[in-house]
Design a protein around this ligand. Structure first.
Ligand code: 5AD
Ligand code: SF4
Length: 475
C-alpha cells in the first residue's frame, strides 16, 4: 500500500508556519508523505489565519473549491486548522459538511490520530458507495478537536522537520494577554503560556546539533516572555543570554515585541550580545495618541520614543521595524498625518501597513468602520510610499559596504542567490552554487532597491575551502 499523502497550506504568521511544521512531523511519524501538489493528496489541510478578513476570504474560497473536488472524491479528507477553526468551528461543522476536521491551535498534539480517524471513515464511505455522491451522503459529523487544552509544545519537537537547514523558529510562548481592541489573536490563541527556559535551551541545542545556526524566537508579545512563569527568572533577556551560550549558534532573533515590555534588561542584552539580530520588530500601530488610546495599546507616542531612545543610546546599530494599521474607526486625516510624521521621526527600516479590518467579536467591531475604503486605500499607499523612501535611503547608505549574509536560497531572478544580513536586509547577488545556501558569506553591496539590495559575492573560494558544515561534522 502506498503511503497516504497530505498537502498542507499555511496562511498568516510565522507562528502558523511553525505549527505547520509540527503537524507535518506528526503526520510523517504516522507514515504519511507530503504530496507534490494538492491534487495528488489524500488529506488536504489548511492552517488558517483570522487576523484580517482578507486572510479568511482566501480560505473560504479554497474551501469552495475543495467542496467541488470532494463530490467526485469522497475519500478525500479536508481539514481546517488554526485560528479560523477556533473562531468559526460552529459554522464549519454545521454548514460545511465537506470539512472533516476542525482543529484549533491548542489541539495539534493529537492531529495525526484525528487525521487518521477521518481518513478511515472517509475510505469506508468511499468503498461502500459510488464515487459521485452528494455532499450530504459523504458528509460526516466532522471529527472535531478544538479547545482540548493540549499545547502543541508539550510534544517533543522533531527538529529534523524544518524547511531550512540552517534556520529555525522556536516558539517561546503562545497566546496573548493584551487588550488591543482590533485584534482577534487573544480570542483565537488564548492566554499567554510561556515555555520554561530549560525546554527552550534543550530544543535549541538539538536544532543547533542538527545544523541550525540562526534561531528566531516566536511569540505574539515575545518580550513579555516568562511573566506567567513565577520564580524562574524567565525573561526574554535571560533567555537570550542562555541561548547565546550555544557555541554553534551564530544569529539569534526574536519577533514580535510590544513597546510596553521594552525594559532596560532587554536593551542591555541587545547591546551586549553580539549574536542577537540587529533589528527590533516593535509595532507602533499608530503615531497618533488619540488612536493609540482608542486601540488600548497602553502607551503614547512620547513613551514609545523614550523607550527607543534608550535602545539607540546603548545599541545604536539596532534598526527598528513596525506594523501600522490605517483607517482605524475614528482615525482622522490629522491622526493619519501624525502617523506619517512619526514614521519619519523614528526612521523605521521597515514597516508593514494594514488597512483596518473589523474582526467580529473584538471591541473595535462594535464601532462604526467609518473610514471609507478608498480613504483607507489612500492612507495605506501614502504610508507605504513614505516607508519605501526611508528603506531605500537606508539601503543606499549600504552601497559600497561589505555585509555578511546568511544565504537563504535562490532569488527570483535567475542566476542569483539571496540572503539576509544581521539587520534582516535582503541582499541578492550573482551566484549559482547551491552549496552556498546556509552559509554566511561576505557580499559587497553595489545597488540599492526599495526593498532589497544587490551586491557581489566576495571571497567565494576562500569560504569554500574553509567551509564548516555542522551536518558533515556530525555524521
Ligand atoms: N485589522 C488590520 N490589521 C490588523 N492587525 C491585527 N489586527 C488587525 C485588524 N483587525 C495587524 C497589526 C498587527 C499585525 C500582525 O496585524 O498591525 O501587528
Ligand atoms: Fe493582537 Fe495586541 Fe496581542 Fe499583538 S499585542 S497579538 S496586536 S492583542
Amino acid at each position: 500500500m502506498p503511503a497516504p499523502k497530505y498537502f498542507l497550506t499555511s496562511y498568516g504568521c510565522q507562528m502558523n508556519k511553525l505549527d505547520s511544521e509540527l503537524v507535518e512531523s506528526k503526520l510523517r511519524q504516522r507514515g504519511y508523505e507530503a504530496a507534490a501538489e494538492e491534487g495528488a493528496a489524500d488529506v488536504v489541510l489548511l492552517n488558517t489565519c483570522s487576523v484580517r478578513q482578507h486572510a479568511e476570504d482566501r480560505v473560504w474560497s479554497k474551501l469552495g473549491k475543495l467542496r467541488v473536488r470532494k463530490r467526485t472524491e469522497p475519500g478525500l479528507v479536508v481539514g481546517v486548522l488554526g485560528c479560523m477553526a477556533q473562531e468559526h468551528k460552529r459554522y464549519l461543522l454545521s454548514r460545511m459538511p465537506h470539512v472533516d476536521l476542525v482543529v484549533g491551535p491548542s489541539a495539534f498534539g493529537d492531529i495525526d490520530t484525528t487525521v487518521e480517524a477521518a481518513r478511515s471513515r472517509n475510505q469506508e464511505i468511499a468503498a461502500e458507495r459510488e464515487p459521485a455522491r452528494t455532499k450530504h451522503q459523504v458528509a460526516g459529523a466532522g471529527v472535531v478537536a478544538v479547545d482540548q487544552g493540549v499545547s502543541g509544545d508539550t510534544i517533543r519537537r522533531d527538529v529534523r522537520v524544518r524547511p531550512h537547514r540552517s534556520q529555525a523558529f522556536v516558539s517561546v510562548m503562545r497566546g496573548c494577554n493584551m487588550p488591543c481592541t482590533y485584534c482577534i489573536v487573544p480570542t483565537t490563541r488564548g492566554e499567554e503560556v510561556s515555555r520554561p527556559i530549560a525546554d527552550l535551551v534543550e530544543e535549541s541545542q538539538r536544532l543547533c546539533d542538527d545544523g541550525v545556526t540562526e534561531i528566531t524566537l516566536l511569540g505574539q508579545t515575545v518580550n513579555a516572555y516568562g511573566r506567567d512563569l513565577t520564580g524562574q527568572n524567565a525573561t526574554l533577556a535571560n533567555l537570550l543570554r542562555a541561548l547565546h551560550a550555544i557555541p554553534s549558534l551564530r544569529r539569534l532573533a526574536f519577533i514580535t515585541s510590544h513597546p510596553n515590555f521594552l525594559g532596560p534588561d532587554l536593551v542591555t542584552a541587545m547591546a551586549e550580545l553580539p549574536k542577537v539580530a540587529r533589528y527590533l520588530h516593535l509595532p507602533a500601530q499608530s503615531g497618533s495618541n488619540a488612536v493609540l488610546k482608542a486601540m488600548r495599546r497602553g502607551y503614547t507616542v512620547e513613551r514609545y520614543l523614550a523607550r527607543i531612545e534608550q535602545l539607540r543610546q546603548q545599541a545604536p546599530d539596532v534598526e527598528l521595524h513596525s506594523d501600522f494599521i490605517v483607517g482605524y474607526p475614528g482615525e482622522t486625516a490629522a491622526d493619519f498625518d501624525a502617523t506619517v510624521q512619526f514614521v519619519r521621526t523614528v526612521g523605521f527600516a521597515q514597516s508593514y501597513v494594514f488597512k483596518y479590518s473589523p474582526r467580529p467579536g473584538t471591541l473595535a467591531a462594535d464601532l462604526p468602520d467609518d473610514v471609507p475604503e478608498a480613504e483607507k486605500e489612500r492612507r495605506n499607499a501614502v504610508l507605504l510610499a513614505v516607508q519605501s523612501e526611508l528603506t531605500l535611503a537606508k539601503n543606499q547608505a549600504l552601497v559600497g559596504q561589505t555585509v555578511e549574509v546568511l544565504v537563504e536560497g535562490e532569488s527570483k531572478v535567475a542566476g542569483r542567490l539571496s540572503g539576509r544580513t544581521a539587520h534582516h536586509r535582503l541582499v541578492h547577488f550573482a551566484a549559482t552554487d547551491q552549496d552556498l545556501i546556509g552559509q554566511y558569506m561576505p557580499v559587497r553591496v553595489t545597488e540599492a532597491l526599495a526593498h532589497s539590495c544587490v551586491g557581489e559575492l566576495l571571497a567565494h573560494d576562500a569560504a569554500q575551502e574553509g567551509r564548516h558544515d555542522p551536518a558533515e561534522a556530525l555524521s
